[in-house]
Design a protein around this ligand. Structure first.
Ligand code: CXF
Ligand code: ZN
Length: 380
């Protein structure tokens, strides 16, 4: 079938809206008509080239990075099922999970679905079986982000990357649990293990960080300090449960000094747009004795050097943990977060600053770069 997609041909270029050819779903796959897609900062890493791999390695692996259909926060309706699919039916409402979960590998079996072995192919640009369903009209293959490609009216998606949701939920809000909401909320609740009474600092309050603020408040933190240079994001953070805001690290340090009598934060969560190794020591300086620095932010793939005072790290018994998908389990946490939304305990509507049509995608990403959106959402 033909559908419309936003295709990124190379780093540092605009998205081009194209007709593409989409194959029928194969085994374990379904055709999804997207109703909405969140515009996550991680897609932007393919635009900046931060996630561009050595082309020789990409070719050796049989992967493809460009041209690519980005987007991994989708909400949609199943239009067709592949042979043998019984788990989903035509008409089912689904949200994507940017991490696939097979349910069978050791990580899934252990309750760490975010570390599913099939995640090894997240950046392959291909379906789980290593082949492509998406083609440009000249017949050449086009890659998809996270095996999804939600910046398109339709996609063919593996069952491992889909979670069925209740049909009365608004998909233009529910789509946000596919990445940003779960990643931020889980960073605070699972990765940071926020406890009642904790002092938490969240660095960077965009679409992920805002949900770390929301998660920390929900978990009973006494102080939630939202650190962001953008005034609009600091204002918004207060709606999501921030007790204090700071525009700079210096301001946050001064606040921490006052609020904790110099003991500093129990946990600091880094949800900036691009993680930098040079900033780790500065972030760790806000963590108190026995505390934890949670690194959620995506960094450039070649970011190997980290500034960290190892003496103080050991002497103050601190921890540094990385997290993907907020250490959450998509098949458990996506329905859970949506039920919290339904009962009014999780804010999703307030995350959506602006909506766009697919044709407005370049404007939407410019708005994200300009810091005027918490989340932009494409509505199809
Ligand atoms: C990203 C992490 C790096 C791979 C693509 C998805 N996570 C969510 O935004
Ligand atoms: Zn994302």
């Amino acid at each position: 079938m033909r559908t419309r997609a936003a295709v990124l041909y190379a780093p540092h270029t605009d998205y081009v809206i194209e007709e593409i050819e989409l194959d029928d779903p194969k085994e374990n796959e379904v055709l999804v008509r997207f109703v909405a897609s969140g515009m996550c900062h991680s897609d932007e890493h393919m635009v900046t080239g931060d996630m561009a791999m050595d082309p020789a390695i990409v070719e050796m692996l049989g992967w493809q990075q460009y041209p690519i259909i980005l987007g991994h926060e989708g909400g949609g309706i199943v239009e067709k099922v592949g042979p043998g699919v019984t788990e989903l039916a035509v008409g089912d409402h689904v949200v994507t999970s940017f991490v696939p979960s097979c349910g069978r590998c050791p990580s899934c079996a252990k309750g760490q679905q975010n570390l599913c072995d099939s995640g090894a192919y997240l950046l392959s640009g291909r379906q789980a079986d290593g082949t492509a369903r998406h083609h440009l009209l000249d017949g050449s293959d086009v890659a998809t982000m996270c095996c999804l490609g939600t910046f398109a009216e339709h996609s063919v998606v593996n069952l491992n990357s889909l979670v069925k949701v209740e049909p009365d939920l608004p998909l233009d809000k529910a789509c946000l649990v596919a990445c940003g909401v779960t990643t931020g909320w889980g960073s605070a609740t699972y990765a940071a293990d926020t406890e009642p009474g904790d002092t938490i600092v969240v660095i960077g309050t965009g679409g992920v960080g805002m949900n770390a603020v929301q998660g920390a408040a929900m978990a009973g933190a006494r102080h939630v300090i939202a650190l962001d240079p953008v005034e609009f994001k600091r204002e918004q953070a207060q709606r999501f449960g921030a007790t204090h805001t700071a525009a700079t690290v210096e301001e946050a340090q001064a606040l921490l000094g006052e609020l904790t009598w110099g003991r500093n934060a129990d946990k600091v969560i880094v949800t900036v747009g691009e993680g930098k190794g040079a900033d780790v020591e500065t972030y760790m300086g806000m963590v108190g004795k026995g505390g934890k620095l949670v690194f959620t932010a995506v960094a450039n793939m070649n970011e190997n050097d980290v500034q960290l005072n190892l003496f103080m790290f050991a002497m103050q018994q601190k921890s540094l943990v990385g997290t993907i998908f907020g250490s959450a389990n998509p098949r458990y946490d996506i329905p859970k977060l949506l039920s919290l939304y339904r009962s009014g305990k999780l804010k999703l509507d307030e995350l959506v600053t602006r909506t766009y049509t697919l044709d407005q995608i370049n404007q939407g990403y410019q708005d994200m770069r300009d810091g005027i959106n918490i989340r932009g959402v494409i509505v199809y």
